[in-house]
Design a protein around this ligand. Sequence first.
Ligand code: AMP
Ligand code: MG
Length: 472
Amino acid sequence: MTLSIPFDNSYARLPASLFTRQSPQPVTAPELLAFNRALAADLGITEGDNAEMGRVFGGNAVPAGADPLAQLYAGHQFGNWNPQLGDGRAVLLGEVVAGGNRYDIQLKGSGRTPYSRGGDGRAWLGPVLREFVVSEAMHALGVPTTRALAAVATGDTIWRDDGPLPGAVLTRVAASHIRVGTFQVLAARGMTAELQALYDHVVDRHYPDVTSPAGLLDAVIARQAELIPHWMSVGFIHGVMNTDNTAISGETIDYGPCAFMDEYHPNTVFSSIDRQGRYAFSNQPDIIVWNMAQLATALVPLMPDADDAVKEFTAAIHGMGPMLQANWLRRFAAKIGIAAPKSEDLELVTSLLTLMAHGQSDFTNTFRALSGKAAVDQFTDRDAFRAWETRWRKRLETEDDPVRVMDAANPAFIPRNHRIEEMIAAAQTGDMMPFERLMNVLSRPYDDQPENADLTRPPTENERVMATFCGT
Ligand code: AMP
Ligand code: MG
């Protein structure tokens, strides 16, 4: 059989200044490492043999119907404005429509583009497999996210700070790759006609009920106000919440120095370049509000009166904090078995988190243990936990089925950093078994899988991963 992708491209018909047509750059010896069959089937893709899929998803052959391009965007990186970014090492092959929704098919690590600046346009195997595993795990956890369709080893050596590394290309699937930074670049350049065209495209594609820029802002705010508490409820730290890494669709995008926390602490940071802790675990709600304020600023030129727009948008931004708090409480209350929390329940949740932070409790295992008997073992101050537990059990008396609520909100399995590192090290020697195993176990994160209990174990002191480098 030959690979066939039912392309139906729309971004390529937008104003030409939004992108540059760009083919992927061929690699030396493409070898298909991973292919997501279930996702391919959902997208209406007919698979070909491995050699053909290696050529297409490695960038050596452009499939029929593709119209490859690199997208233009800008963004605030760690709070600093960068007037031009863009796909520096990615190309959008095109889009497919499946189940009434449109999806981008993008190669990441596919060579230089006009937006590469000083970069080589490439990615190495480690981050490609990390994004593959983590994005698919997020999907299985129920968190909106881009997906991973394929990973290809290139046979080329690429150079990073730590020396020569094996190259790879990821095929990423997204509702779209349109970012806050896509709006920002057009607003900053005064390209109002192009901004309007992007707005129309986004409304048509993601928010068909929206009738005004203010409505679009509200809709994106609502999605992001759902997404970030959802991340936090599974202990996820994005690591680089720059405005170019915030998707308009409300999906999680751009897995760089991201990680799931092992032991709970609100100030946890993983990115080695985030020295100020801007993107620390508990800062994520504040940062998304800041990012939405940047989107609001970029939408002002589409409004008839700038002063009125600023007034209206400011109110929308101010409304986001309470939305985030309510969604956070709903997610975390579910983790302790409360389906419809009252405001008094906030104290019960936060006092547990305080005990966890003091006791360096494992985030995932502590919540998962609440529906069993051994939760106390996660705490250094056992008496303090017992006291909390008594209050909690009293509160649960009025809940219908707290165990079901908890087990649906508390995964047993997350992609732990030390397991990801182990998987990458194995893949570098040609052993894809740890990858296959992680993918398999993480596809059912809420199921107890006693035979895979070793994957619930937190890292030992030696295994602990302190930073997941931007090492991209
Ligand atoms: P990121 O931090 O991965 O979101 O990337 C920020 C910007 O840098 C984006 O415009 C990327 O396309 C670009 N970029 C990252 N790595 C590379 C690379 N190796 N070569 C070229 N551009 C890159
Ligand atoms: Mg990015």
